[in-house]
Design a protein around this ligand. Structure first.
Ligand SMILES: Cc1cc2nc3c(=O)[nH]c(=O)nc-3n(C[C@H](O)[C@H](O)[C@H](O)COP(=O)(O)O)c2cc1C
Length: 292
């Protein structure tokens, strides 16, 4: 319930579910619709063993009948649009996304989001635009959303151009550069876009986000929950390691504000407070994918 809390302005609101049991998935979808969720997304992309090994997430890409049955059951259980997020397939020898996309469209799925890697690739190797294009070509009328490694307007343009997809979705880059959506919107509307926020704008945004969290949870819980997000912000801002470390240790609002004051005064490692800041690497599972 906490994970699906939202704000009235945050519309349309889509929630993703994962699992391998059709009845439970259908029930979850119905519950979410009762809560006012606008669309339901089914996760068929998760490569992590706990999920994929149990026949959910990317594991669904290996079994045709049960997967089609599960998606059909969810589509029939709710009146809102149901979408599916998947990878290209289990590995390079089993590229099942085009097949599933075409079947899902027949079952009434409203859109497909496709991460252009296989399960075996994890987060390594290149995103295959050709693979995404195959999915675009496999469906008749539903939109396909290309995903994977879009970190800039140029990346989004390449994804759209190379694959013919109808939209892009962005994961990690949103953590590294929260302005990417505004940049894309400006690009779409005017052809040009403003740079990502400066060091001081990032600090302001970070505080604004923390403020919302504090309103919901109160300072004690908000500070603990905010650590992960603060880590991404501060890394992207090239804050010195020592100062990032001390921020992670704050337990009260006063401590947090004084840690931020120190960060503000010190500025980024290279002293450049404006313009484009470096990309940040978001941690992903590594090593042999069968051990995840
Ligand atoms: C830490 C982490 C958690 C993720 N969790 C989900 C998830 O719950 N559902 C999902 O469909 N994809 C999830 N993804 C995958 C992303 O949605 C996306 O497909 C992938 O990161 C590639 O896109 P990107 O390069 O824009 O990040 C996750 C990725 C990361 C790094």
């Amino acid at each position: 319930m906490q994970m699906v809390e939202t704000h009235p302005e945050d519309r349309p609101f889509a929630v993703q579910i994962f699992g391998s049991e059709p009845e439970i998935m259908a029930e979850a979808a119905q519950l979410l619709v009762e809560l006012g969720v606008d669309t339901i997304d089914i996760n068929m992309g998760c490569p992590v063993n706990r999920i994929a090994g149990a026949g959910a997430g990317a594991g669904m890409m290996c079994s045709t009948d049960s997967t089609l049955n599960l998606v059909r059951t969810v589509v029939e259980a709710v009146a809102v649009p149901v979408t599916v997020k998947m990878r290209l397939g289990w590995d390079a020898d089993q590229i099942t996304a085009p097949f599933f996309s075409a079947r899902f469209e027949e079952l009434g799925v409203a859109a497909i989001a496709i991460h252009g890697r296989t399960r075996e690739q994890g987060f390594g190797g290149d995103v295959s635009h050709a693979g995404i294009r195959q999915v675009v070509e496999a469906v008749r009328a539903i939109p396909v959303i290309g995903n994977g490694d879009v970190r800039s307007v140029a990346d989004a343009a390449a994804m759209l151009r190379n694959t013919g997809c109808h939209g892009v979705s962005i994961g990690r880059a949103a953590l590294a550069n929260p302005w990417i959506f505004r940049q894309l919107q400006q690009w779409e509307q005017t052809g040009s876009w403003n740079p990502a926020g400066s060091f001081d704008e990032r600090l302001e945004l970070m505080l604004e986000q923390y403020g919302y969290l504090e309103q919901r949870l109160g300072p004690e819980r908000a500070i603990v929950q905010f650590r992960k997000m603060a880590h991404w912000y501060l890394k992207g801002m090239r804050v010195r390691k020592r100062l990032r470390g001390s921020f992670q240790e704050v337990t009260t609002r006063d401590e947090m504000h004084s840690a931020l004051q120190q960060i503000r005064e010190a500025g980024p490692v290279d002293g450049n407070r404006s313009g484009v800041l470096t990309d940040v690497q978001i941690a992903v599972p590594r090593g042999p994918v069968d051990k995840w």
